[in-house]
Design a protein around this ligand. Structure first.
Ligand SMILES: [Zn+2]
Length: 345
């Protein structure tokens, strides 16, 4: 009997071990739904497993399923023992509450996490979250302006005149963009406006602008269009959650809804004539082309698809791959690509 139990135990731990490996691999590959289902299988036999609860919570947060993340992160609070575990736990609670718009609670967990002596990997993650969310002390002097759908955070060097102009145009871009998307966001967009046109941002260690759509956070340069980053937030919260994005369609959405009022096709034509590329290849293989040509062409292509059939385009927004376009449009998608390419020539 003992021997059987021992063998069962060994088999179980071998299965758990391989499930854990698969769970972590899925999480690293950003296949968050898959990571959750691996994690839940492990919890069936080992409900108190810290790593599985952590991966499930982090996956739900990345998907924007903050209500689902909360019970797992609260459970982590009960089972965390080491300082490192506590640090990861507080970060989960900080992220889920921020996503739900409970900023004070989120900040409380940030303070708790900050006071822990955690290993380098955890402190680095905490520091980048704090910079993205605006909790870092760097933002202490920033000026906040709140409108109906957006909380603006301006670097103090931005003049009052520019602050007013940006607040007005971006709020209008939200309303305009959402006439199309009809998205319900879980919180107002936290819209950070850096006082320069510089692309690389030293504090955030990445290029501006960008959007963390799950958290409704955008970081912007001064010279960006009114609607681009806002469109990334709106399109994420439209339709089904757990979006599968491709750069070609997603940046196309940003450009199509930038509210610039310019002639997208004409601009795309100019860019394409300078450096033509195979749209299908770029879309299907995620082939790299310079953003100077990718953005205008993808923007005009998205506009073309929207004009062709809004309902089908919104379906494509959920899963932006070419394979999914084939399912939605059938073979017509290939003739649409050809028709559009002809317009660029
Ligand atoms: Zn973009």
């Amino acid at each position: 009997m003992k021997k059987i139990l021992l063998i069962c135990g060994l088999i179980c731990s071998a299965i758990c071990f391989s499930q854990k490996k698969e769970m972590i691999a899925a999480f690293k590959a950003k296949s968050y739904k898959e990571a959750v289902s691996f994690g839940q299988k492990i919890l069936e036999s080992n409900p108190g497993d810290f790593e599985s609860n952590l991966i499930i919570s982090a996956s739900y947060n990345s998907l924007g399923y903050f209500h689902d993340a909360l019970p797992y992160s609260k459970k982590l609070e009960n089972i965390a023992e080491s300082d490192e575990q506590k640090s990861w736990t507080f970060m989960q609670l900080m992220a889920a509450n921020y996503g739900l718009g409970n900023k004070e609670v989120s900040r409380k967990y940030y303070d708790k996490a900050k006071n822990i002596k955690a290993p380098e990997s955890a402190t680095a993650e905490l520091s980048s979250l704090a910079k993205e969310f605006g909790f870092d002390s760097f933002y202490d002097q920033w000026i906040t302006v709140e409108t109906e759908n957006i909380i603006f955070h301006f670097e103090p060097s931005v003049s009052r005149e520019i602050r007013n102009k940006i607040a007005k145009t971006r709020q209008n871009a939200f309303v305009k963009g959402n006439e199309f998307f009809g998205a319900k966001l879980p919180k107002k967009i936290d819209f950070f406006v850096w006082g320069s046109n510089e692309v690389y941002n030293q504090l955030l260690k990445r290029n501006l602008g960008f959007t963390l759509a799950a958290y409704c956070v955008s970081h912007n340069r001064l010279n960006q269009t009114a609607g681009h980053e806002i469109a990334h937030n709106l399109s994420f919260w439209q339709g089904r959650s757990g979006k599968i994005k491709t750069e070609f369609i997603n940046e196309g959405i940003g450009v199509c809804f930038d509210q610039n009022g310019d002639n997208k096709l004409e601009i795309a034509r100019k860019a394409y004539k300078k450096s033509p590329f195979d749209i299908k290849k770029v879309w299907t293989e995620n082939q790299k082309v310079s953003s100077e040509v990718l953005y205008p062409v993808s923007g005009a292509f998205v506009q073309f698809l929207v004009k062709h059939d809004k309902v089908r385009f919104l379906e494509l927004n959920n899963n932006q791959t070419y394979e999914n376009a084939k399912k939605i449009y059938g073979d017509e998608i290939d003739s649409l690509i050809d028709n559009f390419t002809d317009k660029l020539k």
